[in-house]
Design a protein around this ligand. Structure first.
Ligand code: MN
Length: 511
């Protein structure tokens, strides 16, 4: 990727003045990196330009693209953050600073990374610490993707380390952000470096299998297409092939027998409206026999990262098992690009709202965890100790959805308890909690909530938070609110309290 190629690539998508800015960023970065080379022998500038190109592919706003071009300047060259701010503005400087902090802190802990959970924990802290603007992570993902694709030039140990970290930290991050395509690219590359022999074996195995089933699937596909158009449903039917890494993971679950895997190849039906999705499902079920236990409605109940589709697996008259995914074009776009779609160059207003409020604006409700991550970041920065277990629950655990009796949807980590829900709804509801009903039944304080639960908090005006509740919350958010209440009511006499008094006195004496 060189300067002209990048400018050509950007031309159709950005305005004239933005392209001028891009050109100037490329010039600045080229000068700054002059003389530096990558391990591959290429001029260093080829790397940030490739990262910027990826960000354009993902449809990111111009500030992210500029930050992509400049992302290694502050760390690796003489260029200062102040210069970037004066040339390209506050937002670009903020993004470059975030990306720099992630890599700096990573190289500072290189010796600690032998032991994997440690890596993950350190990185999670870092990602949080700079996670005030989620675009930092998106830029970091583009950076990681390019580094992975040029990994063959690295010594083998480093290769393994980077690949492992990509699988353990960056791919789950991409998944969290709903960026399905990026997650898959990271996983395929990382896996091919980590277990090259297994990767090759599975690729061949897949090839053989697909050869056989593609023709048979073609028949099913035509049948479905014909029926859809007969019923006036506009759309398309495509094949999607399982990725090698997810095949590997699935094989581990079914003891290595590829015959037990039904979705090596699935058919994807993409239609125009949500109603058409359900109509298409009806058509499939009238053509073929559905396997009841494998029908999933992720449209009515999206996955916690925002993914939406209907899934069904059917048995054809020729005894072929075929998995279908049905979605609208919009859902398809989100499944592939996830959060990156919110920063689309067409959506400049949304991006502006986001940067102004840093997080709470412009984010889809199912991504509330980002707001929670920012909350934790705030507290880490103010010097508070947060345990590793706590971080893992908040950041890397699975997420569940629960509903209020009114049908409002709330996103919590797996294992969350009723009080976590109460405090998420409102801290006043949390502190007045008296009991809980889940799906209409009385529910104990210490019994975890499940995905899809409808949770009702029974409150009493006179109810008061108790010290013992500290064992009955799992999330940082609830723990925080609860602590604050206990402190107010004097139930929590701690050193923190004493420290606060001293601090207030000092403040007063300063005035
Ligand atoms: Mn880089």
């Amino acid at each position: 990727m060189d300067k002209n190629q990048l400018l050509e690539k950007a031309r159709p998508y950005y305005e004239e003045n933005q392209l001028l800015e891009l050109e100037s960023a490329i010039n600045e970065a080229t000068m700054a990196h002059a003389g530096q080379v990558r391990k591959s022998g290429e001029a260093y500038i080829s790397h940030p330009l490739a990262v910027a190109a990826t960000l354009i592919d993902w449809g990111m706003d111009i500030d992210s693209v500029l930050a992509g071009v400049l992302h290694d300047t502050v760390e690796d060259t003489e260029m200062s953050l102040g210069t970037i701010e004066s040339l390209f503005g506050k937002d670009v400087a903020f993004l470059v600073d975030g990306v720099t902090k992630v890599s700096k802190a990573r190289s500072g802990m290189q010796d600690l990374t032998e032991y994997l959970p440690q890596t993950k924990d350190n990185l999670s802290k870092l990602l949080i610490a700079v996670g005030q603007d989620v675009r930092v992570i998106i830029i970091k993902l583009a950076d990681r993707l390019h580094n992975l694709s040029t990994l063959q030039h690295m010594p083998i140990e480093k290769r393994q380390k980077i690949a492992r970290e990509s699988l353990e930290v960056f791919a789950p991050m991409a998944d969290r952000l709903g960026m399905g395509r990026v997650r898959m690219q990271l996983e395929e590359l990382a896996f091919s470096y980590l277990q090259p022999d297994e990767f090759r074996r599975l690729t061949n195995l897949m090839k053989n299998r697909l050869g056989k089933s593609t023709r048979k699937l073609g028949v099913v596909r035509q049948e479905v297409e014909r029926e859809l158009s007969r019923q006036n449903i506009k759309g398309e039917v495509n094949g999607r092939v399982k990725s090698i890494y997810s095949l590997h993971r699935k094989l581990l679950k079914v003891n290595g027998n590829i015959d037990d895997i039904y979705d090596l190849m699935a058919l994807r039906v993409v239609v125009e409206t949500k109603e058409d999705c359900y109509r298409a499902l009806g058509i499939l079920h009238s053509l073929y026999q559905p396997m009841i236990e494998r029908i999933k409605d992720y449209i009515a109940v999206p996955k916690p990262n925002g993914y939406q589709s209907l899934h069904t697996t059917v048995l054809t008259p020729s005894k072929q098992i075929v998995e279908f995914q049905i979605r609208t074009y919009e859902m398809h776009e989100y499944a592939e690009r996830g959060l990156a779609a919110s920063f689309h160059y067409h959506e400049q207003k949304a991006t502006k709202a986001y940067t102004e409020r840093r997080g709470n604006g412009g984010l889809p409700a199912e991504l509330q965890w980002i707001t929670q991550m920012q909350e934790i970041a705030q507290r880490l920065r103010s010097g508070e100790e947060i345990s590793q277990d706590q971080l893992n629950v908040d950041l890397f655990g699975n997420r569940i959805f629960v509903y209020s009796p009114k049908g409002d949807i709330y996103n919590l980590p797996e294992g969350a308890l009723p009080l976590d829900f109460a405090y998420l709804v409102h801290s006043d509801i949390g502190k007045r909690s008296y009991g809980f009903k889940v799906n209409g039944n009385i529910h104990a304080f210490n019994k975890p909530l499940q995905n899809g639960d409808v949770v009702e908090v029974v409150t009493r005006k006179m109810a008061m938070p108790k010290q013992a509740w500290l064992d009955l919350v799992k999330t940082t958010h609830a723990r925080n609110k609860l602590r604050a209440h206990l402190r107010q009511t004097g139930a929590l006499e701690t050193i923190t309290g004493a420290a606060n008094i001293i601090r207030q006195k000092t403040l007063r004496s300063k005035k």
